[in-house]
Design a protein around this ligand. Structure first.
Ligand code: RUQ
Ligand code: CUA
Length: 659
């Protein structure tokens, strides 16, 4: 979406659209279902569950949120790339390594796109992948625990926008660079910016995902210098191929809003990844030095480890023929989307006045017949007409993204004209249009990117909300809008505010996730080296200047809850094990002056808060999560003495002194 912000005229038009849309203050919603009817269709009775989990990217908050559909109720916020004081993610000693990168600890990012794992082209409910745009990374969230369990940094990438996109059996997660940059060693990277054409390259990384979900970079394609925006894997008949939208084929390096919009057409890049695999099997490609972090959360200890990786296999598709082809696509395509059958590839040129739909069958024929209009940077360019199925005429202004309902219809978001447009894949006729309030970015149909969309609803994620909600100062919420798409006409059912600035989201039937949801971690499986698996194991140990507190928590006390003998200059590690073996009973731990965050410990798990006392006195700590009627009694004291004091280290629970 950010790419749009540089297109001034787009914004001028958006503004015009906004003015007309909001004329007369109160927007009218002509397409909305009648009030009672709509209310009934989104009403989820107290005590009952939503039909879908909607996993929504948080954009610049670096998180994902979990929203129920159709109610629009926010169920959880999942920290992914951003530290989260609410539960200690990125603050606890165990989770800090998750945010490690080759640049050190990076506790923020811009998370745009979600990909849910698939088997045979259908949602399987195992994992959600998300991308970090700024410091390129891919994260994997386990949908059993709703925790971020793995983060892989992407080397040789800059602005990891075109990711994560997955193949139909989750063989690969793909990540490509938005900004081309000079690659190689220091000498190759230290070049004048105006040598873009010679020195700047793009990369597309294919990340292998194994049965456990673990990610590793299988290979990286080094492409001509351009920008990759979004992508989709082929499916069904086009399985084995991948399609990427590109822009800045002009290779501009300054004033891109003008200079990257010169050419009439940019490209969709078609990648034959099976071909790349053949080359690799034949020993082609070059191992190159690269530095990138691979961070994994251990399921049993709940301790993350970060490993610095050192090389990556690169393939040069100019030299290794038949891996990539370009298809011309008008004008600065943003989304490229593949229909459920895998036959049709939709390019949404955000500055184009039409939507081209390409045919995979025709593309294959054109490639076979070498029906090329020339080359771009050494890569064959297929003739536009030869790959074209047809064009959707006058769809609206500023097409961005397209999703499918599995009934032969496509839905495209129109940023500039603020609407969702429904059209027929077969006839390319526009069938319906519904206004959005306002300036829709992504849209999401449950199962929309899979071979078997679940259909039924469409959610539009809007960038501008203006008058839709109570104002909250200069910064307003972003907004989602829920449409019923089960009939011929789209019907607006609900507006709901979002967490952060959503880009893409995916929705999955609750039935595929709910039964697998973990209720607590088994204490007996806890392999944390500082776990105290019962109050009998609670203790305090000194190792030089380090004081390790093996603490337990259970309703409604900590053990130990009185600690003495800590001195200024010590580093205190509170390793808190939650002994509960029941659902929905986390305990929190917070201590005055801790300049990190609280930790929130799930039942059966151990989490560590490091605390460096800075003054003499008796300091209280307490449980932050309202866990029982005696939650307010769940507290303790630690005594801090001067550095040279001879107070002995001791700890206790329930011991009282002389009265
Ligand atoms: S991209 S709508 Cu990342 Cu469209 Cu934001
Ligand atoms: Cu434990 Cu409140």
């Amino acid at each position: 979406m950010t790419t749009l912000q540089s297109k001034k005229w787009v914004f001028a038009m958006a503004a015009a659209a906004l003015v007309s849309a909001s004329m007369g203050c109160k927007p009218t919603t002509p397409d909305a279902a009648s009030v009672g009817d709509a209310a009934e269709r989104v009403y989820v009775k107290p005590g009952t569950h939503d039909e879908f989990y909607n996993i929504v990217s948080g954009g610049f908050n670096g998180q994902m949120s979990v929203v129920g559909l159709p109610s629009g109720r926010v169920l959880r916020i999942l920290p992914v790339f951003s530290a989260h004081p609410e539960n200690g993610y990125g603050f606890s000693e165990e989770s800090k390594p998750m945010l490690n990168t080759s640049h050190g600890y990076v506790p923020w990012d811009d998370l745009h796109h979600i990909s849910l794992s698939q088997t045979k082209g259908e949602h399987d409910g195992r994992w959600a992948f998300g991308n970090a745009n700024n410091t390129p990374r891919i994260a994997r969230v386990d949908l059993k625990s709703f925790e971020t369990v793995e983060i892989l940094e992407i080397p040789n990438s800059s602005g990891n926008h075109s990711s994560p996109f997955i193949t139909e059996n989750t063989e690969y997660v793909v990540a490509s660079t938005r900004f081309s940059v000079p690659l190689g060693g220091d000498a190759e990277r230290d070049v004048p910016i105006n040598t873009f054409k010679e020195n700047f390259k793009g990369t597309v990384s294919f990340i292998k995902v194994d049965d456990e979900g673990h990610m590793s970079i299988a290979f990286q394609l080094v492409t001509p210098g351009m920008s990759f925006d979004l992508a989709r894997a082929g499916k069904g008949k086009s399985h084995g191929w991948f399609f990427f939208s590109t822009y800045n084929s002009e290779q501009a390096y300054t004033l891109l809003e003008v200079n990257a919009s010169q050419r009439d057409k940019d490209f969709i890049m078609a990648v034959n990844w099976k071909k790349a695999e053949e080359y690799i099997a034949a020993g082609k490609g070059k191992m190159t030095k690269a530095k990138y972090a691979h961070n994994v959360m251990d399921h049993n200890s709940h301790i993350a480890t970060s490993t610095m990786m050192e090389e990556v296999l690169q393939l040069d598709p100019v030299e290794l023929k038949d891996i990539i082809y370009f298809i011309p696509c008008p004008k600065s395509p943003h989304g490229t989307d593949v229909d459920p059958t895998g036959e049709y590839i939709v390019g949404s040129g955000k500055l184009a006045a039409l939507i081209p739909v390409f045919s995979f069958t025709k593309l294959m024929k054109a490639i076979e017949a070498q029906d090329f209009e020339g080359e771009y940077a050494g890569i064959p360019v297929v003739r536009y007409e030869s790959a074209l199925h047809g064009e959707v005429k006058k769809p609206g202004l500023g097409p961005l993204h397209t999703e499918f309902d599995g009934r032969g219809n496509a839905y495209t978001s129109m940023f500039v004209s603020s609407e969702v447009v429904k059209w027929s894949i077969e006839t390319l006729e526009v069938l319906d249009r519904a206004p959005t309030y306002y300036s829709v970015g992504h849209l999401s149909v449950p199962g929309g990117p899979t071979a078997k969309p679940h259909g039924k609803y469409l959610v539009a994620y809007n960038k501008i909300t203006k008058d839709r909600y109570l104002p909250t100062g200069p910064e307003l919420t972003q907004s989602a809008q829920l449409y019923d798409i089960s009939g011929d006409k789209m019907q607006l059912l609900l507006d709901f505010p979002t967490i952060g600035e959503p880009h893409y989201a995916e929705a999955i039937p609750a039935a595929l996730v709910e039964p697998n949801s973990i209720k607590f971690y088994k204490l007996e499986d806890n392999t944390h080296p500082y776990a105290a698996k019962g109050e009998g194991q609670a203790r305090v140990e000194r190792k030089g200047k380090e004081v390790h507190v093996y603490m337990t928590s259970i309703r409604s006390h900590f053990s130990p809850d009185n600690i003495e003998g800590v001195k200024l200059g010590d580093e205190v590690y509170f390793h808190v094990t939650n002994l509960e073996q029941d659902w929905d009973v986390p305990h929190g731990f917070a201590i005055k002056g801790a300049n990190t965050a609280e930790i929130l410990i799930m039942p059966g798990a151990t989490q560590t808060l490091k605390w460096v006392p800075d003054r003499v006195g008796v300091v209280a700590f307490y449980c932050t999560d309202f866990c029982s009627a005696l939650h307010q009694e769940m507290q303790g004291y630690i005594r801090v003495s001067p550095a040279n004091s001879d107070v002995e280290l001791k700890y206790s629970l329930g011991e009282t002194g002389p009265q």
